[in-house]
Design a protein around this ligand. Sequence first.
Ligand SMILES: Cc1cc2nc3c(=O)[nH]c(=O)nc-3n(C[C@H](O)[C@H](O)[C@H](O)COP(=O)(O)OP(=O)(O)OC[C@H]3O[C@@H](n4cnc5c(N)ncnc54)[C@H](O)[C@@H]3O)c2cc1C
Length: 454
Amino acid sequence: MTQKVHIIGGGLAGSEAAWQLARRGFQVRISEMRGTGEGTPAHQTDGLAELVCSNSFRSDDDEKNAVGLLHHEMRACDSLIMGAAKVAAVPAGSALAVDRDAFSAEVEKRLSALDNVEIVRERVDQLPTEGTTIVATGPLTAEALAGSIGAATGADSLAFFDAIAPIVYRDSIDMDICWMASRWDKPSKVGGGTKDYINCPMTKEQYIAFHQGLVDGEKTVFKDWEANTPYFDGCMPIEVMAERGVETLRFGPMKPVGLDNPHWATPEHPNGRWPYAVVQLRQDNKLGTLWNMVGFQTKLKHAEQVRLFRTIPGLENAEFARLGGLHRNTFLNSPVLLDRQLRLKTAPHVRFAGQITGCEGYVESSAVGLMAGLMTAAELTGRTWQAPPATTAMGALLSHITGDAEAESFQPMNVNFGLFPPLHEVSKKQRKEAYTARAKEEFGPWIAGLTPAN
Ligand SMILES: Cc1cc2nc3c(=O)[nH]c(=O)nc-3n(C[C@H](O)[C@H](O)[C@H](O)COP(=O)(O)OP(=O)(O)OC[C@H]3O[C@@H](n4cnc5c(N)ncnc54)[C@H](O)[C@@H]3O)c2cc1C
């Protein structure tokens, strides 16, 4: 096969996509800017697939954990990243962790050993106007290329900072305390409903204690290069707002006006009363399994978030699909811009892969790179691409970023069971095992159709 695929970015996603294509006989050119004297603010070496922070691929438990399940599925697809991780693994309990240098060296060795892979150290500044291309330049995409992507997609479509608010599993919220309502019962623009939000009510006492908790809570510190990236008022951390005064939040994200709490109804007030303050959660995926804490982007340490947010009435037993954070991160509004095959709708010769698509994490970025490789291979051989079922970890992640996430509040997402079609009929205790069992059952036939040639 002579078709050439240009992959921009030799990180986790780009390396994995190159492997999948090259193993199927395609010519691949990887353009990686590190090694030319260029770098990113986080990478330390010139090695392919460098892990920029932790050395862990997280849980390797494929029976109870969504990321462990993703490992399992990637291994079944002959993943380069999983293969290299096995060689470079270090003891880490039930997690999969690696010696980062050995890992990166193994990825580079395996790719370099393939005759049809060309690794070129060069920075790409413009989106190519033709030729099959995969852009996998990651959260720290170099400025000129980011500008070119922004120009092709519209200025609002490329974010440079993720201000992440925590996401809570719907079935861990206590609806005997919370209630569904939109402020002033205003009909929603989508669907016309008047009960779009989950509201958690607070008394004055609870609010004052919560406010103090935010002010006192332990925060993570910005890295130098992050501190220089300004955040906008719209994504100001909740604790920074709290520091501006005890009332600031009650006039901001915790404003109670127009929200009658029916649990507090009396004969005099049959619709209930406004609480002193309210925490609102908004639906975050089409399945309705994940709910986003509105305005709660935060730099509080993760353990502190869990402790403090569980003091919110109705969230005492909250399970978090994702905790809050603030990072520099270049990513697309993929649900709007990309088709179901990760292609830019306005320029389908360009496919995106990795964290720039709005997935989050080493494993997720690699998995999206893997799928981008498979999709490209299918396209170049004239076959119809069959996506993995949405009940699998790969399928659930792909569905989320390519259309099932809410485009308006789209923020980078880890793989988690909230992205899977729900199994309400299974008891909560057994659900994790049920999700992984169903995924494996449905992944089998899909992978069986994926022969080495396709
Ligand atoms: C500071 C930081 C810490 C993180 N820590 C973790 C963590 O601990 N655990 C975790 O799971 N996830 C973490 N992530 C999130 C994410 O999973 C990683 O960034 C991951 O490496 C993303 O994979 P990727 O392949 O999409 O991008 P990358 O691995 O970053 O690869 C992109 C590659 O493209 C190259 N490149 C960029 N622009 C150009 C250009 N114009 N031309 C040519 N090459 C270019 C870069 O040099 C890089 O090699 C972190 C992210 C950041 C920013």
